[in-house]
Write a new protein. Structure first.
Ligand SMILES: [Zn+2]
Length: 517
């Protein structure tokens, strides 16, 4: 993500308390009873339990849910741009990971019905965003679940603490936000630990475009009532927050890269004079991904592209999987390839390798920001060392910036400047410590080891130590987990004011739009 104006409330305040709705759950929490078996060895029988209302994320404990693992979401929607009314049926294919008396989905819109393997289930709500589903029949561990949720609502008017992650625009809407996005358009297990594939289809009035992740398995289909149904499919494991919708008036540009990758770009027709700068940036996506592939390892997904959102849409950019979405502000002063480099670096760092907990967000933002420094080096617009020195000098030692720990910024500051800039600085320190050979071996080794999965800071440190043969504990502690400006040996420490590298203005402009303290 870049340019998040995060004065956002922490949406975690209310922790969900499960509402127990069936007699069966009365046993929840009772100790297991040991029963002797025929051969005398006791086995423990435990009554089916409710799935936990969260996955225990340190910062967002009630995001995601326990007790099941999702393989696929089939999200079938109907949307009215004039009223913002969304109706939908989402079919979730999942596997139970324990015996379940009930389980939760993260969702906010009004639910009409839920069926589990064809049987109508009981539902209730709890906490801020918890839909509690009580199946008619007990679910056993390992059981395949087909969960069908029918629902409706007006997402832009469905507020949590005055906030909605759904952006209504003059001609449609954007479902683009991190980490809270899915709650407003499909029920889910909303945490990067549970990735799944997606089929997303949306019926809109004919003449309105719908863009989403991956590829179009078929052309848009005419429906009765002068409507058109758009379909998108991604076959790569996708975190729920990286699924997206862009609905409105768009010009869609398709192509194929020299390497055979399908490219689908979309430009809001509202961009007007900003459109050439948007095109001059986003149309370079293929070139940028090829360059990044040479550093980070093979591009992990089946398609690429970008969406230039409308002038009344989002004020940031997000690394939505296979196709980042960019707010219009990035193009105000001409083309900016740095934001394209940043969001596409996230396809490796954030999308394919996602955080195991939101605390590890610097593994996304520090790395995507460092990719901009590498691009600057490649473009001859200033080396990573020059950018490090200038960044270091631009935050005085007494600046509050140095009080935020990139490795543990706190839930309210996951998109703080320090996560981006000090995160990139930390990675540069790793590069200086291990040397270029080891550093450029560590990056693709990391994306290979955790491809389509999750990672933690400790795992990254262990990998860097393994490849370099060095103990990096002090470096990681100093740069990620200690308040205050670390001492450095380089020119930054003594130079009163290093000259700004050529790339600085573009990088700064992108980051200003993004992270704010
Ligand atoms: Zn980012």
């Amino acid at each position: 993500m870049e340019g998040v104006h995060l004065v956002r409330r922490v949406l975690t305040a209310a922790t969900a308390a499960l509402t127990l709705t069936t007699a069966g759950t009365m046993l929840a929490g009772a100790p297991g009873q040991a029963a002797p078996t025929a051969w005398g060895r006791p086995t423990v029988t435990v009554a089916p339990q409710p799935g936990t209302p969260g996955l225990g994320d340190t910062y967002f404990p009630d995001y995601g849910n326990g007790g099941y693992d999702v393989e696929h979401y089939d999200v079938r929607l109907r949307y009215e741009p004039t009223s913002d009314r969304l109706t939908g049926t989402t079919t979730i294919l999942a596997t139970a990971t324990q015996d379940l008396s009930s389980f939760n989905l993260d969702f906010l819109l009004d639910v009409e019905s839920v069926r589990v393997n064809g049987w109508e289930a009981g539902t209730s709500t709890a906490g801020v965003h918890e839909l509690v589903v009580t199946p008619a029949r007990t679910v056993t561990r390992g059981q395949q679940l087909t969960i069908v949720v029918r629902y409706a609502g007006i997402p832009s008017q469905t507020l949590v603490g005055g906030y909605t992650g759904w952006t209504r625009t003059a001609d449609g809407a954007l479902a683009v936000n991190e980490p809270e996005s899915a709650w407003w358009w499909f029920p889910s297990n909303d945490h990067p630990l549970d990735k799944a594939t997606f089929d997303i289809s949306v019926s809109v009035p004919t003449g309105v475009e719908v863009i989403s992740n991956g590829l179009q398995p078929r052309p848009p289909l005419a429906e009765a009532g002068n409507r058109t149904r758009w379909g998108w499919r991604t076959t790569s494991p996708t975190a729920t927050t990286l699924a997206f919708l862009a609905i409105g008036q768009y010009d869609i540009v398709t192509d194929t890269t020299p390497g055979g990758q399908p490219v689908i770009n979309a430009y809001s027709t509202s961009l007007g004079a900003l459109r050439p700068a948007a095109r001059a940036s986003i149309e370079r996506t293929g070139e940028i991904i090829d360059w990044e592939s040479g550093i980070f390892g093979p591009y992990p997904f089946e398609a690429q592209g970008g969406v230039a959102g409308p002038v009344d849409g989002i004020g940031f950019a997000l690394e939505t999987q296979t196709r980042p979405v960019y707010g219009p502000s990035f193009w105000r002063r001409g083309a900016n390839t740095y934001v394209v480099v940043h969001e596409n670096a996230h396809q490796w760092f954030g999308d394919s390798v996602s955080v195991a907990e939101w605390q590890h967000i610097w593994l996304n933002e520090g790395f995507a920001s460092y990719a901009e420094w590498l691009w600057s080096e490649e473009q001859g617009e200033g080396t990573a060392q020059e950018l490090f020195d200038f960044t270091y000098a631009s935050y005085p030692a007494d600046d509050e910036f140095w009080q935020v720990l990139p490795g543990d910024p706190g839930a309210a500051r996951v998109f703080d400047n320090a996560v981006y800039d000090r995160g990139a600085m930390a990675l540069h320190q790793v590069r200086l410590a291990v040397g270029d050979d080891a550093f450029f071996e560590i990056l693709p080794a990391w994306t290979a080891a955790h491809r389509y999965g999750n990672g933690t800071t400790a795992q990254f440190q262990a990998l860097a130590e393994d490849i370099s043969g060095l103990d990096l504990d002090e470096l990681f502690t100093t740069w990620l987990f200690t308040a205050g400006r670390p001492d450095v040996a380089s020119a930054a420490r003594t130079a009163a004011a290093p000259a700004a590298p050529k790339s600085w203005a573009k990088i700064r402009e992108a980051h200003e739009l993004l992270s704010h303290r």
